[in-house]
Design a protein around this ligand. Structure first.
Ligand SMILES: Nc1ncnc2c1ncn2[C@@H]1O[C@H](COP(=O)(O)OP(=O)(O)OP(=O)(O)O)[C@@H](O)[C@H]1O
Length: 652
């Protein structure tokens, strides 16, 4: 049966053009409506498989308002937009659409977006069911294990973190009579770190009162959940005193309150707070409602009639830090910015499964490091982790490099050789820069994903393999598909669990920790004393935009350590924008390592300058190899060794 599409678009011409394109491709257009008000009954009536949703609609509500309803009903939607402001686009993005089409759109883009949306919807439903089963099992474990409210709520907080993200969680209990209302909370301070905030500290924070955990008229007279999503200034009329004070104190922007009613009438409120605006959706409430039975069981045990008397967490000036369960595999990941922490939450979620993972992010954001964490956190960690950079293998050698070759398969194949897939047997293969894989190889890789078998070049026997694939790219693969450079079916297979790494400029609070980490690393390597990083250098690093992300930061620190005399604090010898720093001194080479470093940098700069001249062409007449008078294969291995990336010589 063909998928049913609902078009929500107030411009007749656009809606009609879409209808024709979609029908021609074999979809059914169940209705065209022009406003959110008209869309709601149409959604109920037709139960569309996908909704094409204009952001600006006639009527009071926007497409973004309607998106919340579609999300709660698990209906995939693709935005249609034209000239929207950055703010609106950010809001739209936060609703996690299945695609985005910018007007005027090409027929091909519309069809690719629809195809991707239907595939993603099917897959995400399956993984959603699996995830919920996992959550339910874990909640049963918690219910069996815990008796202490503080430990119990900490475990719930930790478990729910990736699903109902929060920076602060407070649990408040309102007994029927007698005792005061009580509450305590956990502030997230790192991936596995929570700071306990006891009842007395909560009360002390800007003079909260014990009953404040329940002073919410709307909640007291209504179902069991409320969401405040638009920050203190916009929601101010609706927030109670407790919320206002907590919003101010902890810089909160969103709040979700979920209530569980115990058998004896005691109310237990769980308050989820986030510093991100607009984070809580009907989907979070729907999930909590589906888990309610288990949450009630635990709350009954922790706060109900038979609960042990609560040992209050001590009020302290410096609150205690509870390391929940440290993950040594993340030791090599420096930083605790919420965007990074949210990424690591996803890594933890996906690592134990065998599903493919697609890591997206700009160059140098740490994709390879994250891929390795996924491997180390999986059941495959004893087996190899093999990295393949698809951009640096010559097109003619990709197949034998990946799948191996028989003796005599081609000139130079003097003996039979295993490919990277076979080397990774039982482990993980990391296909970096997957967007660079030639189209014919994409077909072959697809076969490996589907059939789980490989064939040697020059052989006719297939071999079963058990390898998990983690791929990465800094390209927009959806654009590459529309341009005909990347296969849609391969994208489907790889994009089962996408993880996007934030660029460094969006997590600047991590710069100091990263810089210190790299400074220590290079001081150790070059046998120099680490004498700190100067304030001027720190300030300039904070102000800089970091197009090359963490790799660029690492290079800057390596250079500073090399040029440092081991007595003064580390300083920038060249401003990050490329201008010389005042009072700069010429490079002083004091050790042989310094000499090697300068040689390496000079060679790297020279090769980049040649690649710029040849626009990246390595082989053939007037290719970079010919200009440098070396073999193309030698140049390719130099490019890999010197860490030269496409971005270093293209698009400049
Ligand atoms: N969170 C982190 N903490 C410490 N070091 C990091 C972190 N993330 C990345 N690095 C370091 O930064 C450098 C770049 O990381 P990596 O090679 O993983 O980036 P990438 O996104 O795969 O780059 P490319 O797209 O160019 O392949 C590496 O030296 C890596 O070890």
């Amino acid at each position: 049966m063909s998928s049913k599409i609902l078009i929500v678009e107030d411009e007749f011409v656009v809606a009609n053009a879409l209808r024709m394109v979609i029908k021609q491709a074999g979809y059914t257009v169940c209705a065209i409506v022009t406003s959110a008000e008209e869309a709601e009954p149409a959604i109920q009536k037709y139960k569309p498989d996908i909704v094409l949703l204009d952001i600006h609609l006639s009527g009071k509500r926007t497409g973004i308002d309607l998106a919340q309803i579609l999300k709660a009903d698990n209906i995939p939607f693709i935005y249609l937009s034209a000239n929207s402001s950055q703010k609106i686009l950010e809001e739209a993005k936060a609703t996690e659409p299945y695609g985005f089409l910018v007007k005027p759109f090409r027929e091909k883009d519309v069809l690719v977006a629809l195809d991707i949306a239907s595939y993603r919807c099917k897959n995400s439903l399956e993984s959603k069911l699996r995830r919920e089963q996992f959550l339910q099992d874990k909640l049963i474990d918690i219910s069996n294990e815990v008796t202490d409210p503080v430990q119990g709520v900490l475990k719930i907080t930790h478990l729910l973190q990736p699903y109902v993200p929060n920076d602060l969680i407070i649990s408040g209990r309102k007994p029927l009579q007698g005792e005061n209302c009580t509450g305590f909370g956990f502030l997230r301070t790192g991936l596995e770190e929570y700071q306990v905030i006891g009842n007395d500290e909560l009360i002390a924070i800007a003079g909260l009162t014990p009953s404040c955990f329940f002073e919410n008229e709307t909640l007291n007279n209504s179902p069991n959940s409320l969401v405040y999503n638009t920050g203190i200034f916009n929601d101010v009329g609706k927030l109670n005193e407790m919320q206002k004070k907590l919003f101010e104190h902890f810089k909160i922007e969103s709040n979700l309150i979920f209530t569980v009613l115990l058998n004896n009438g005691t109310r237990v409120n769980y308050f989820f707070y986030s510093r991100q605006r607009g984070i809580y959706t009907q989907e979070h409430i729907a999930l909590l409602n589906r888990l309610k039975m288990h949450l009630k069981e635990i709350s009954e045990k922790l706060f109900g009639e038979k609960a042990k008397p609560m040992v209050r967490p001590p009020a302290q000036e410096v609150p205690i830090i509870l390391p929940a369960s440290q993950i040594p595999e993340f030791d090599c990941i420096v930083g605790n910015h919420p965007l990074l922490v949210a990424t690591l939450d996803l890594v933890k979620q996906v690592a134990p499964y065998n599903s493919s993972v697609l890591i997206l992010g700009e160059s140098g954001t740490g994709k390879e490091r994250i891929a390795e964490c996924i491997h180390l956190l999986s059941g495959r960690k004893q087996a190899p982790f093999i990295t393949v950079n698809c951009a640096t293998i010559p097109a003619t050698l990709v197949e034998s490099e990946l799948f191996g070759h028989e003796k005599g398969a081609f000139t130079g194949a003097t003996e039979k050789r295993k490919g990277k897939f076979e080397q990774a047997a039982g482990g993980t293969i990391f296909l970096d820069e997957i967007g660079e894989l030639p189209l014919d190889m994409q077909v072959k890789l697809l076969r490996v994903l589907q059939e789980k078998e490989i064939a040697y070049v020059g052989g006719n026997v297939t071999k079963k393999i058990d390898v998990r694939i983690v791929a990465a790219t800094n390209r927009n693969l959806e654009k590459e598909i529309a341009a005909g450079n990347f296969r849609l079916d391969l994208y489907y297979r790889l994009n089962i669990f996408p993880i996007t790494l934030p660029p460094l400029r969006e997590r600047k609070s991590d710069i100091k920790a990263l810089a210190t980490y790299f400074a220590n690393k290079y001081c150790n390597e070059f046998n120099k004393k680490f004498t700190g990083i100067s304030q001027v250098m720190l300030s300039e690093m904070q102000a800089y935009n970091w197009p090359g992300n963490i790799r660029e930061l690492e290079n800057v620190l390596e250079r500073s350590v090399i040029l440092n005399d081991g007595r003064a604090e580390l300083n920038l010898k060249q401003s990050l924008t490329g201008n010389p720093v005042e009072g700069n001194v010429p490079v002083k080479l004091t050790t042989y390592d310094d000499v090697k470093y300068v040689q390496r940098e000079t060679e790297r700069d020279y090769i980049i300058s040649i690649l710029k001249k040849t626009e990246g062409r390595i082989r053939g007449t007037s290719g970079a190899a010919e200009l440098l008078d070396i073999k193309p294969t030698t140049l390719e291995s130099k490019i890999a060794r010197l860490g030269i990336r496409r971005d270093d010589f293209m698009h400049l």
